[in-house]
Design a protein around this ligand. Sequence first.
Ligand code: BES
Ligand code: ZN
Ligand code: ZN
Length: 502
Amino acid sequence: MFIVKSENPFQSTSECMLIGLYDKTEKFSGGLAALDEMFAGDLTELVKSGDISAKYKSVSVIHSLGRTGIKRLVFIGLGKEKDRTLNDVKIALGAACKKIDGMRLKQFSVAIDTFTNAEISEADAALIFSEAYILSTYKFAGYKQRSNEPDVKVESIHVFTEADQQEVVSALEIGQAYGEGTNSTRTLVNLPGNMLKAVDLAEYARSLGEKHELEVEILSKEEIEKLGMGALLAVNQGSTEPPFMITLKYQGKSEWTDVIGLVGKGITFDTGGYSLKPKDGIVGMKTDMGGAAAVLGAMEIIGKLRPEQNVVAVIPTTDNMVNGNAFKPDDVITSMSGKTIEVLNTDAEGRLVLADAITYAKHNGANFLVDIATLTGGVIVALGLDKTGALTNNEELFEKVLMASYEADEFIWRLPYTEKDKERVRSSKIADLNNSPGREGHAIMGGAFVGEFVENTPWVHLDIAGTATIKSAHELGPDGATGVMARTLALLVENFDEGEKK
Ligand code: BES
Ligand code: ZN
Ligand code: ZN
């Protein structure tokens, strides 16, 4: 899709060229000055008249009227050069790519060097360009009889740069992997519950593993029973669909040590069970496998980029349904760890399936754990719809997750996790734990419950109930699933040893 070219971009021929425009009060400089000359200074005039704007995120389309071999110039305003970070420019690129996507072209070009500044190299610009293009033009196909998919699709993008070709080629590949992995997460989350059952999620994981040389293990219901995963089985009890415990392993080191465990909640539909959700709360619960999808998206990125790290991904999957067999409030169940749990609320099912998954990740050698889940409505009450809530038992690991989230531009906010919180999840009269200690601070309670199974392993809990989906379209994607945390998790793995190297 991306073809790197080292000739002068403005001497080339193309249907369309994307150009970054920083707000410089002086005249056009460098390559852009040469372009302005081809227009006999008219571009400068157009900037003066406001027809071309350097305002951040503003997109201006100019027809060249035959003055160059490029039919249309698309200028994306980047604002003041010194203020612009990589993530700012990525967002602006998304806005521009959306505009170009609407032009129904088979090919377009980008003058990648026009996006560089003191902080952003040509390779950086190439990476954020390919990622932004892939993210911003994502669409979920849907099931309409008359598809709204355009008949013309971009087949090739010519990337012009004076920088080292190989560096730019590999930067484009990295951005592409991050974009595509995130889009896979989005698609999984957007799929309705009848189209993506536990068995489908398991099959998806199997083919992902085969494609990217990851070791795959999918435990059947019988194997789950043999291992005593009573918490996952309890949630599955009301379903006509079998549960699965999915494990993917990526070994990037010679020894299976320092293993990073990624554990994702894979509830393909959450009715709430006998603690049934109200009719408005049940709509949208197809997204309750957002944690699983983020882990699978991250594993796709990891499988493509092959960092020198070891990763085990564990995904417990089932739907949470009601029938005559379903588990009930007041039931006491026994988890794989041996810990017994008094079920006070069958709608607090995520923490139950995560409990057995955490135990299983530890059995598979995980030395660090990150669990990720659409776990509580409470995190939305606490932090809103654009912040992922976090809990941790380890400052150092949390710092690594936070750094990765900054790089991915995915906001995380840490909630407190104290001895009192631990006491509350341990406060059952008849079992070791209870799964729902009440509404107060219940985003913390969800995480604290998972923490009981983590024990002393360094751990970060991420609650993406608010951030897995978005109500309106944005520069880097449409409304619906965001693919949140796929990139943060992949970056966490990729950068895991960074602190030590310095
Ligand atoms: N899947 C829900 C959480 C959720 C809510 C995700 C809104 C996405 C959007 C979870 O299983 C749940 O129902 N949690 C309960 C827990 C409570 C019963 C302790 C909640 O948050 O209300
Ligand atoms: Zn629930
Ligand atoms: Zn749920």
